[in-house]
Design a protein around this ligand. Structure first.
Ligand code: SAM
Ligand code: ZN
Length: 295
């Protein structure tokens, strides 16, 4: 039977039953609320809070494997370092980091290394990714969740919310962040992976209006406190190029062999992202406030 990890224990008081919003307690290999709703803790250590529901999106096993292989090459270390630097500026109160769309936990791990007093919770809809995220750090735990739904978390429970190349839910980010906390968002610029556009046109085209859309979605809730642009040229092996493509949503259900097809691939690629730390606005416009179901 899976045991409750120290990290999951740290989050027990901060989690809420996704079905009735009451508190959760540990009961054998599961978390249970007072009404009797039960959420299994998987053998790999993550909690299945999305039990019975399916998220609208999320990585399949092949994408999560490609992501893990690519990130293990170290080619995104400068991006990870920027996230860790931005997180290091946050004053901890709750000692908690929530990583929305955490994937394999690559960035959560770096932030926890930077904040030795903090515990981290990764949320993702991909069970394959969560199996890695739950083991990414001794102070990390993870749960299945659909980022587009109200989070099964209490108000103002997080010092840091991370959103790295992942879907966003600005009202929920605002609700779960404490007022002095920070939201850290990483997204690609128009130059990101540009060299791969020739061989894989559909996979890496960045909508030029994306940055404007991000600003429009976040600005009722957050203001930017600082941005770190990260841009560099990285060498690229054939396997790395295929993995970079294999971890994009357009590669869903495609095997690496289907991506390969012997096509010529570049041996260098531009990595170009913006990492921004946002501070929550204290007043959010009426009508934009998410009304939590928490008691
Ligand atoms: C591009 S990956 C980024 C993962 C991780 N942050 C990283 O950069 O390594 C996007 C992640 O969001 C997850 N995701 C997609 N849709 C989601 C949803 N509706 N709810 C939760 N996670 C979702 C995917 O499973 C995937 O792990
Ligand atoms: Zn319940």
């Amino acid at each position: 039977m899976p045991v409750l990890s120290r990290a999951l224990k740290q989050f027990l008081d901060l989690l809420r039953c996704p079905l009735c919003a009451s508190c959760l307690h540990s009961d054998g290999g599961a978390l249970r609320c007072q009404t009797g709703h039960t959420f299994d803790i998987a053998r790999h250590g993550y909690v299945s809070l999305l039990a019975g529901n399916r998220a609208t999106s999320g990585d399949d096993a092949a994408m999560a494997r490609a992501r893990e292989r690519f990130l293990s090459t170290g080619k995104y270390v400068p991006v990870r370092a920027a996230v860790a630097r931005l997180a290091a500026d946050t004053e901890l109160e709750q000692g908690t980091v929530v990583d929305a769309g955490c994937g394999t936990g690559y960035y959560l791990k770096a932030v926890l290394d930077e904040l030795p007093a903090a515990y981290g919770l990764g949320l993702d809809s991909s069970v394959r990714a969560l199996a890695s995220a739950a083991r990414s750090h001794e102070r990390a735990t993870a749960a299945t969740w659909d980022v587009f739904r109200p989070f099964p978390l209490t108000d103002a429970m997080a010092d840091v919310v991370l959103d790295v190349f992942a879907p966003r839910n600005p009202p929920e980010f605002h609700r779960v962040l404490r007022p002095a906390g920070r939201l850290i968002v990483v997204r690609p610029t128009g130059r990101h992976l540009a060299e791969l556009r020739g061989p894989f046109p559909a996979a890496v085209t960045i909508d030029p209006a994306k940055e404007q859309r991000l600003h429009r979605a976040l600005s009722p809730f957050f203001e930017a406190a600082g941005t770190e642009p990260v841009e560099y040229i990285s060498s690229l092996t054939r396997q790395e190029a295929l993995d970079l493509m294999g971890m994009t949503p357009s590669a869903r259900h495609l095997a690496i062999a289907d991506l390969d097809l012997g096509r010529p691939l570049p041996d260098r690629v531009t990595v170009s992202v913006l990492a921004t730390a946002y501070r929550p606005r204290h007043r959010v416009p009426r009508g934009n406030v998410y009304r939590p179901r928490n008691p």
